[in-house]
Design a binder for this molecule. Structure first.
Ligand code: ARG
Length: 460
């Protein structure tokens, strides 16, 4: 049997493999809600512009509502022979209300229909991700306020660099996730144009009212070029790109949690809720959720790459290649949502070991810069000279396997005779962080103020 929807010029239906490669219902069933929403707006507009009889429009709307209920209840039977969500819904509509169902597709094509559905879906998904990222930021900022003065090592090259506070470290991620939210918002603002009415590629000869559907579906304006409306997917690429950057941020935090949870670092522990055991090594507590967040960044970045490669060679307007925009996107944005939820749980669950963090903060001569700064401030040495003097003192301390603060004043004066006992005041890690009062710096007072600013802003 030839296809009910487009088989007029065909004597027989597609071969089995043709059907298999062609069908998208296995994944685009996820667009059902948006497809019905779009169809209802379309049919209301067709009635308003007298393209459809009011009675026909009513019958169609009633049928669509019934289908929405069936899908919600799980009783809707999806059929691969009907290819995709659009034809599955239209096919069921015909069963419910008869041949008048065929009028729904007046002045429309699956090309503008799918472009519409996917925009609506992406828009909903961006809104949900934004909410989730807000919760993650709140969890981080709340912890940051609690640990605004807790000292930990700050690293460069993963070597101890200068002491920072744990609160400061956590707020770094609040900033990153704020930019991720802003990127998603930007993508949302740009995608919020209604492609419905572009029809197959050239627009339509029916007297449609695009402003009406635009408004009904919550878009800012109709798209201005029918070819572009059905042919481009940059709104998906932008969203995936924002998602990929966000996944990279999540992955970096996940990697740090993995490190912190090792006995070697011992900076923080996850409770049983976020740890897993090993089936062979009874002692193990593994941070699997953090590892999976790190791992899933790969598939999210992969989805972005895949879609860019799908798009790069396509002539205008629609080609079936565009159907490949969905699976990777569904998977990537679902994965991102899962990662944000797991990260939010882990952040709330995380208990830092403040003693170990503080002890580690003093390792590796992390207050050497404070000593050099003291030499500049107190003895008026040029920074380069102070750097050199400090380097010599570090070498002496290292040779004796002890910290800078353990050198005697006499030992220090062998390198720079003008050093006084006041220098010891800047050598402790607490002193070090307290002195970093520049805007955006790690001084507990500054961190507390930043955490409070974020909490106020996020709770608005
Ligand atoms: N399932 C198709 C897609 O996802 C819908 C559009 C089909 N259009 C067409 N001309 N065959 O892209």
């Amino acid at each position: 049997m030839s296809n009910k929807m487009w088989g007029g010029r065909f004597a027989s239906g597609p071969g089995a493999i043709m059907e298999e490669i062609n069908a998208s219902i296995g994944f685009d069933f996820r667009l059902a809600r948006q497809d019905i929403e779009g169809s209802k707006a379309h049919v209301a507009m067709l009635a308003h512009t007298h393209v459809l009889e009011p009675g026909d429009a009513q019958a169609i709307t009633k049928g669509l509502d019934e289908i929405a209920r069936e899908i919600e209840a799980g009783s809707f039977k999806f059929s691969r022979a009907l290819e995709d969500i659009h034809m599955n819904i239209e096919g069921r509509l015909a069963e419910l209300i008869g041949p008048v169902a065929g009028r729904l597709h007046t002045a429309r094509s699956r090309n503008d229909q799918v472009a519409l559905d996917f925009r609506l879906w992406i828009r909903d998904t961006i809104d949900a991700l934004d909410e989730q990222l807000l919760s993650l930021q709140l969890a981080l900022a709340e912890k940051a306020l609690v640990y605004a003065a807790s000292v930990m090592p700050g690293f460069t090259h993963l070597q101890p660099a200068q002491p920072v506070t744990f609160g400061h470290h956590l707020l770094a991620y609040v900033e990153m996730f704020a930019r991720d939210r802003s990127r998603l918002r930007d993508a949302r603002a740009r995608l919020n144009e209604c492609p419905l009415g572009a029809a197959a590629l050239a627009g339509t000869s029916f007297p449609i009212d695009r402003a009406m559907t635009t408004k009904a579906l919550g878009f800012d304006r109709p798209t201005a070029n029918s070819l572009d409306s059905v042919a481009d997917r940059d709104f998906v690429i932008e969203t995936l790109s924002a998602a990929a950057i966000c996944a990279v941020h999540l992955s970096r935090l996940a990697e740090e949690i993995v490190l912190w949870a090792t006995p070697q670092f011992g900076f923080a522990a996850l409770s049983d809720k976020f740890s897993t055991g090993s089936s062979i090594m009874p002692q193990k507590r593994n941070p699997d959720a953090a590892e999976l967040i790190r791992g899933k960044a790969g598939r999210i970045i992969g989805a972005l790459n895949a879609l860019m490669i799908v798009m790069k060679g396509l002539p205008l307007a629609y080609s079936k290649d565009l159907q490949e925009d969905k699976e990777g996107t569904f998977d990537a944005l679902h994965s991102l949502s899962l990662c944000i939820a797991a990260m939010t749980g882990m952040v709330s669950d995380l208990t830092p070991d403040l003693k170990r963090m503080k002890a580690a903060a003093g390792l590796g001569y992390s207050t050497a810069t404070d000593l050099a700064d003291w030499l500049v401030r107190t003895l008026k040495l040029p920074f380069r000279e102070a750097h050199h003097v400090t380097g010599s003192l570090v070498a002496i301390a290292a040779a004796q396997k002890k910290g800078l603060e353990k050198l005697s004043l006499a030992e220090m004066q062998t390198v720079e005779p003008r050093i006084t006992k006041d220098v010891f005041a800047v050598l402790g890690v607490e002193n070090s962080v307290r002195s970093r009062i520049s805007f955006g710096g790690t001084a507990p007072k500054a961190v507390r103020a930043q955490a409070k600013r974020w909490l106020k802003q996020l709770q608005k």
